[in-house]
Design a protein around this ligand. Sequence first.
Ligand code: AMP
Length: 299
Amino acid sequence: MNLLVVGSVALDSVETPYGMVDNALGGSAVYFSVSASYFTDVGVVAVIGLDFPEDHLNFLKSKRIDLRGLKRESGLTFHWKGRYSGDLNEAETIDTKLNVFEDFRPYIPEEYRESSFVFLANIDPELQLNVLEQVKRPKLTICDTMNFWIEGKLEQLKEIIKRVDILIINEGEVRQLSRETNLIKAYQKISSYGPKILVVKQGSYGALLFTPSSVFSAPAYPLEELSDPTGAGDCFAGGFVGYLAKSQDTTEDKLRKAVIYGSVMASFNVEDFSLGRLKTLTIDEIEKRFESFKKLTQF
Ligand code: AMP
């Protein structure tokens, strides 16, 4: 397995100014793996309940995602209910039902343990740590997190951050984690904890990449119409890590291109609710938008 992701598989109910969906396919591991599947082979470790529709499994299989690490337990699938208003940059969580996720203890199947690239999507840092203990010498480890864990499990979170190569988080979370308002100072502090590479997601403003030698800034793709930002962060991570895993390389040049592929994947995802846009998306469309990004930022 080239790329392993551990995260949530969910049924989401989402409301935005442009419409709503109920019990639609979602979850960090789903958005990430579908996005990364355009670049490399991906295996998922997660849990679903008895109510998880067979159609969703067939969709994931149609993207050639390896589901040997996806366990079905008796109980209901993790359910997240959220709402976006205003500029769509921040989700308001209305309800989170952990359901089968409550007792989730990630077990990495033998076939996945030698994965070269490991993405720890936003889950309890103790579980993220447990995953790292099961994998054997991955080439690159990348982790995401959220304010909930920064507030509730900071010590465990710092333990995981110490051990990963790249951290991908939102701008607000960077400030919260580092207790610095200035992003350059925040990077210096975070890199002193461990990861030498920091990717700062800025929603509709794009993303920043900090490495020991430079800072790179990518805009978000200007879209005339967008429907639902849910999963944009995970699709970004899927494009970013997927491209690095495909390249088997983390040089500065590849990291910068990876940020653009991440932005491309996030930009498609927000065009429709749930995984709607990624159902029809083609590699040609991805490459065309990558080229548009070049024009957008050339001067
Ligand atoms: P994103 O918009 O990329 O930050 O991620 C959205 C996805 O995260 C949704 O599909 C939710 O199902 C999932 N999600 C929301 N809250 C949590 C949580 N506490 N743990 C794991 N996944 C979550």
